[in-house]
Design a binder for this molecule. Sequence first.
Ligand code: DGL
Length: 251
Amino acid sequence: MIGIFDSGAGGLSVLKELVQLMPHEHYLYYADSANCPYGDKDREFIISRSLSISQMLVERGAGLIVVACNTATAAAISTLRAKWPDLPFVGMEPAVKPAALNTRTGVVGVLATAGTLKGGNYLDLREKYSHEVRVEEHIGRGFVELVERGELSGERAEAVVRDALEPLLSKGADTLVLGCTHYPFLKDVIAKVAAELSPDKPVKIINPAPAVAAQAKRLYREGDALEEACVEFASSADNLELLERLYALGR
Ligand code: DGL
């Protein structure tokens, strides 16, 4: 069984990629929606939640755990790996490298939570690529809340997205990295607002989820193949219906 967790519904965007690549596995997805968002929370709190959730996934028989949350990866993945050294953990990382390869303006925009943007992994990545491209970053304020409400389009969503995109695009970014797993659920709104703000210059949006799923496939010792994927959902909040609906959207 593959365990996967996020602060809420965002990791479903990674689950979709996993199921596509490994369609005969058993998945248990845990959303910590009662504690969502993680973005501005203390590192200690996120570590403690990540340990409890992983413990539950281990007890349920997970043979690999995907930390489908950039913020939890930044705060907790080294602690998780130290606690379960024989269990593979796959985490998220803002896709600065493919963005640096793609940009024509030489400016990459990273959208993520405050926790991810101050994480050591991200700071190292930014440093590594800052000789080749300029990396501009912005917190996607309000994005996570929209997704947790299932509000994936409309004027309010567009206004929230515009506030975050404007500063990045006005600095010349032509490539946007979605550095939070909730954001792909808003990708239609992001694409629409980006086209409005940058009518002459196409903006490419990069989601690292397919690369993360490929890494999970490399590390997972596959179990007995099921006829089709079995996906179970669990949550710390009363939102299983929303999780199933968002998963069915296949973002
Ligand atoms: N989905 C998350 C991430 O990738 C967490 C967002 C949040 O809870 O603030 O960072």
